[in-house]
Design a protein around this ligand. Sequence first.
Ligand code: C5P
Length: 233
Amino acid sequence: MLFTTNLFDYKINAMDPQLVVALDTDIETARHLVLSASNVLWFKVGYRLFLRHGQEIIPFLQANDKRIFLDLKFHDIPNTMVNAAREVVSLGVDMFNVHVSAGSEALTRVMEMVELARREGKDVLCIGVTRLTSQEASLDDVVDMARLAKECGLDGVVCSVYEVEAIKAVCGRDFLCVCPGIRPGGNSKDDQRRVASPMDARERGADFIVMGRPILEMSEADLQRLPGILFQG
Ligand code: C5P
């Protein structure tokens, strides 16, 4: 799998969705996963790790040439969202997210700030959370949220695999679909509802798949074979 240095060109070369490993762990386990899954480029840092060890894990991932999805799912008044997003961008992460339900003013103002950062050379993607994959959701609802995200200038959305085709039909092929709720066959759904396998994600055109708990259960040998083993037929 190829990944160009330009975040915005990668889809041209990528055959499979990019795997994003969710580091929903303590700091020691996170370091171990990053070093063991040495062929994985993207890692997601969420509340647990960021709140206690943000100052440590972000530089650690950057020192290991990894791409960072900072998953803090901002949802607040526009002014607070812009200020929070500015802080996130200043950390040098590659992707962050906001809730689409924060509304068009908040989304538009966040993207104005992101555009300014891009002009200063920061390649950062801003992705809108539609409906959480831990909940049931109607396709129309998720597509409507994706349309709003697109109109406000976001780079893509977090959605389930089942919504990717409809979103891309409305928002365009380059509008990124980041899909959690990924479970290889036989894995427990845990608290996720709208789940799909990595192969489904590939067939339906997901750009990124986010996986946490199934990866924590993998053997050391399988971690070293990521991401390829996920897409073996
Ligand atoms: O362990 P599991 O594979 O279910 O982890 C999915 C990850 O994706 C978690 O870190 C969760 O917080 C995150 N996520 C999600 N649904 C969203 C956005 C993020 O499950 N809409």
